[in-house]
Design a protein around this ligand. Structure first.
Ligand code: HEM
Length: 484
């Protein structure tokens, strides 16, 4: 079967498909849901302004993508949708040596857990002004981006830079700036890209700014490496050193290293802040969970502190985060890939997608499929805790984490993607979110402003929390475990 015969959700005519592509901006969630309802284990296509988006519904076709090698390219998919050729450059489109570093250091992140806790406490003290005995309204999205940028960058670049306002604003602004530029470039006809690409791209500005903050630090580390190799006394244990140790040739140029740190920081901060925003809105909207989760946080941290193994025991908090991310999620599809084989890619059902086609796997609709998640439109914060409790009762903590935890992977849980490109930062991220939620529960009461959970906003593929909404915080005084 050829790709032309794959069913379309919406119009498929040369001109009429643009009408559907226009609708896609606002109604992508409904369009993906229609596709999944009609073709839950097959493939459908959706017109967007720049291309056909082929979408795999589930079942064996997901396994095909999971098993595929670079003939179905993750890298080309990301590079193309983010227009790295204009927006990021810095050899990131050709070399992914940062993955080796993330897969080791950010999986065995135990040594950095005290810093993560310390930065979380210090950041919340700065970000949430305490009014004597009263509630304070805080713009949640901005606050959480700053919190997650500080916590992650405590590990990436250390003190004092992880608290520098200008550096943090650069890290946070980077995501919005380059993604907006990429969207505009992709909207324009191809022949205009070489002209408008450099004009719209924030690349030069980002490169200059990151060199200002990180240039001298990177330069010094490179000089020390030149003089002493990769082992020297007093060498900071952070992302800058890990990357400097690995970088070769063009990757070891100061500005390229700086841009790579900015890029890793983007990968870590943006998604984590999105998930964390949904979690706090969901918690405030369902106050009946708060005491249960606070009790768990109190028991675990009083007994074991804030280490990696302690935070891994926050099973109920993990379940709540997992449910919140299932319920709201990041968007309509996951595992965005581009067919990289000139001969196309043949799925096990005989369909062949041609070279250059963009394909992804349905996620939001699958995360609301009653086959996998009974009563899927009911928010059940203990859904995953209840499923995994049998394992926990038998003392099988590992089984819980592999099968039921927020950071787990499966063909029905696609928040992190699947296969060899599945998010390598997921364990680190899950730790950061669990630890931050526990810390907030122990040190603050939270409440919705106006009594209603702010609605999610869908823009094309993406589901965003309401980025303008406020959440109310009130300092608690009963707990001595925090540092406020
Ligand atoms: C809640 C937070 C996060 C979510 C939901 C998330 C989600 C994802 C997803 C969906 C992918 C693509 C997987 C695929 O297509 O198969 C991905 C890839 C990636 N993520 Fe995350 N991520 C998160 C946090 C992080 C963190 C903290 C880091 C740490 C630096 C990170 C680094 C990366 C990198 C480097 C890749 C590319 C992997 C590759 O090239 O093979 N992510 N992430």
């Amino acid at each position: 079967m050829q790709s032309d015969n794959i069913p379309t959700i919406g119009y498929s005519g040369r001109l009429t498909s643009y009408l559907s592509a226009f609708r896609f901006f606002k109604h992508a969630r409904r369009i993906f849901q229609n596709g999944y309802d009609l073709y839950p284990t097959e493939m459908f296509k959706v017109p967007t302004m720049s291309k056909w988006q082929f979408v795999v519904g589930g079942g064996q076709l997901v396994e095909d993508l999971k098993k595929a090698g670079e003939e179905v390219s993750f890298h080309q998919g990301v590079v193309e949708s983010g227009r790295f050729d204009y927006t990021i450059k810095s050899n990131i489109e050709n070399s992914v040596y940062h993955l080796k570093v993330i897969r080791t250091k950010l999986v065995s992140f135990g040594p950095y857990c005290d810093d993560i806790h310390d930065e979380c406490a210090a950041a919340l003290q700065d970000l949430i002004p305490v009014k004597a005995g009263g509630w304070t309204g805080v713009p949640l999205w901005n606050t959480l981006q700053m919190l997650m940028a500080r916590v992650s960058n405590r590990v990436f670049v250390g003190l004092p830079l992880c608290r520098d306002q200008g550096y943090l604003e650069l890290c946070i602004g980077f995501a919005g700036n380059f993604m907006a530029a990429a969207r505009l470039i992709n909207l324009a006809p191809k022949f205009l890209h070489p002209i408008i690409g450099p004009l719209l791209s924030p690349y030069e500005q980002h490169r200059k700014s990151i060199a200002k903050y990180l240039g001298p630090i990177i330069k010094e580390r490179l000089e020390m490496k030149e003089e002493h190799g990769t082992e020297w006394e007093g060498k900071p244990d952070d992302l800058v050193s890990w990357l400097v140790d690995e970088a070769q040739g063009i990757d070891a140029e100061v500005e390229n290293l700086g841009m790579r740190i900015l890029f890793v920081s983007f990968a870590a901060v943006h998604t984590t802040s999105m998930v964390m925003s949904h979690v706090l809105f969901d918690l405030a909207a369902r106050p009946e969970y708060i005491e249960h989760l606070r009790q768990e946080a109190k028991e675990v941290t009083e007994a074991e502190g804030w280490s990696k193994s302690a935070i891994a025991k926050l099973y109920k908090i993990d379940s709540f985060i997992h449910e919140s991310a299932r319920y709201s999620g990041l968007g309509g599809v996951s595992m965005i890939r581009k067919i990289g084989d000139p001969n196309g890619f043949k799925f096990s059902n005989g369909i062949t997608l041609p070279y250059g086609a963009s394909v992804s796997v349905i996620s939001d609709a699958m995360h609301h499929d009653a086959t996998f998640y009974p009563d899927p439109y009911t928010f059940d914060g203990f859904r995953f805790y209840k499923i995994g409790k049998a394992d926990l009762d038998q003392g099988n903590d590992t089984e819980f984490h592999v099968k039921h935890a927020f950071a787990s992977l499966s063909t029905n849980w696609l928040l992190w993607g699947l296969g060899k490109h599945a998010c390598p930062g997921r364990f680190f991220s899950a730790h950061e979110i669990r630890a931050a939620v526990a810390y907030i529960l122990l040190n603050f009461d939270i409440k919705l402003e106006g009594g209603k959970r702010p609605e999610n906003q869908w823009i094309a593929y993406t589901c965003l929390p309401d980025v303008n909404a406020h959440l109310l915080f009130k300092k608690r005084h009963s707990h001595e475990n925090g540092k406020l």
